[in-house]
Design a binder for this molecule. Structure first.
Ligand code: NDP
Ligand code: ZN
Length: 351
């Protein structure tokens, strides 16, 4: 097919697009290769990263941009090297859509750290073609980063797992969440609610929500948490000193009590930051790290095998994303709701 074929999507043209100014228009997807699939997009979750990107919060975004990296849809076309999917299969695509698949990182299940990785939007393929995300009716992606959605998992439930879910599943799994462990999740938004659900699904003994207030208490208990810790209550960390084995932080703002979070880890405990605030990391003295032998780590997305494992675990154990679904035509209204912190806990756009 000629390179001039067109798909339709909701395009951000400048930093003001985050205020609900996406424009529905046509765009040229990447040139179709033998390794690609085309997807008729049925659902796309809305991640805070979409907002950071639209507003150029992490540095200048390359406009025009189509955000959205929690994509589910059906395969409508496949390249001749694609053997793992049939036309009509239901698949998901997350925040990474390509890596070299041959480097040390790729062969050791660390594809997110491949130096040739391509993100699903605001990025380019090696030939210079632009990568476009899922706020669209159709998408074109390398099949190697698409995943079959298990039959038991509805599309709107699976979509937000493709980024929000895997971003917490991976560090929980890699850092020992499971039987005998006490796990804390900082920030109960899209990623954070998955943190509670997956920490429980992995068999952690006790899982706590670490939130700024107790406003989400009823919800986190329904998600399986033991309780909620409110960090705006003075002296909160004293009650919890050295109680946690692992904390995964999804905090989306750097105005956070980092030293206090570290103080509630047991010696040898780990604090994994996955949230990516636009501001620099808070100032920290060496004491909180050295005096109790705790680790401060970061983590990006998850590997392909972890994505497949997470989807299977969700289908078999009944992990269910908490979503509110809106027609994609209403994306501009939903962007404003998301920016106002109204998601409980993930907005999903549907075509
Ligand atoms: P949401 O907006 O859904 O949730 C963010 C949560 O952060 C809020 O619900 C809030 O929880 C908490 N929060 C906000 N301000 C503060 C603060 N000052 N101190 C502590 N906590 C705070 O966002 P998402 O879950 O979609 O995304 C979270 C972050 O993760 C974003 O920065 C996003 O870009 C990043 N991200 C990173 C990925 C990675 O691979 N590392 C992948 C995907 C996203 P509460 O009200 O409970 O305090
Ligand atoms: Zn995301």
């Amino acid at each position: 097919m000629p390179a001039t074929e067109e798909f339709t999507g909701w395009v951000g043209l400048d930093a003001k697009s985050v205020e609900g100014n996406l424009v529905k228009t046509t765009f040229h997807p990447k040139i179709f290769s033998d390794d690609d699939i085309d997807i008729k997009i049925s659902h796309c979750g809305m991640c805070a990263s979409d907002l950071h990107t639209l507003r150029s919060g992490w540095g200048p975004t390359s406009y025009p941009v189509i955000v959205g990296h929690e994509i589910v849809g059906t395969v409508t076309r496949k390249g001749k090297n694609v053997t793992q999917f049939e036309i009509g299969d239901r698949v998901g695509v997350g925040a990474q859509c390509q890596s070299c698949l041959t480097c040390e990182d790729c062969i050791h299940d660390n594809e997110p750290y491949c130096t040739e990785r391509v993100f699903t939007y605001n990025d380019t393929f090696a030939n210079g073609d632009v990568a476009y995300g899922g706020y669209a009716q159709e998408g074109r992606y390398p099949a190697s980063f698409a995943f079959k959605i298990p039959d038991g998992l509805p599309s709107e439930i699976a979509a937000p797992m493709m980024c929000g879910g895997i971003t917490v599943y991976s560090p929980l799994k890699r850092n020992g969440a499971g039987p005998g462990k006490t796990v804390g999740i900082v920030g109960i938004g899209g990623l954070g609610h998955f943190g509670l659900l997956f920490a429980k699904a992995l068999g952690s003994d006790k899982v706590y929500a670490i939130s700024r207030s107790k406003a989400k208490e009823a919800d986190v208990l329904a998600m399986g948490a033991e309780g909620i810790i409110a960090t705006k209550e003075p002296g909160w960390s004293k009650t919890w000193t050295r109680k946690f084995d692992l904390i995964v932080s999804t905090a989306n703002n750097a105005d956070m009590p980092l030293a206090d979070y570290l103080s509630i880890l047991k010696p040898g405990g780990r604090f994994v930051q996955v949230g990516l605030p636009e501001e620099p990391i808070p100032q920290l003295s060496f004491g909180p790290l050295v005096m109790s032998n705790v680790s401060l780590l970061g983590s990006l997305l998850g590997s392909r095998s972890e994505i497949a494992e997470m989807l299977e675990l969700s289908a078999t154990t009944g992990v269910k994303s908490w979503v509110q679904t809106y027609p994609m035509e209403e994306v501009n209204k939903v962007l404003e709701l998301m920016d106002d912190g109204k998601a409980k806990y993930r907005f999903v756009l549907s075509n």
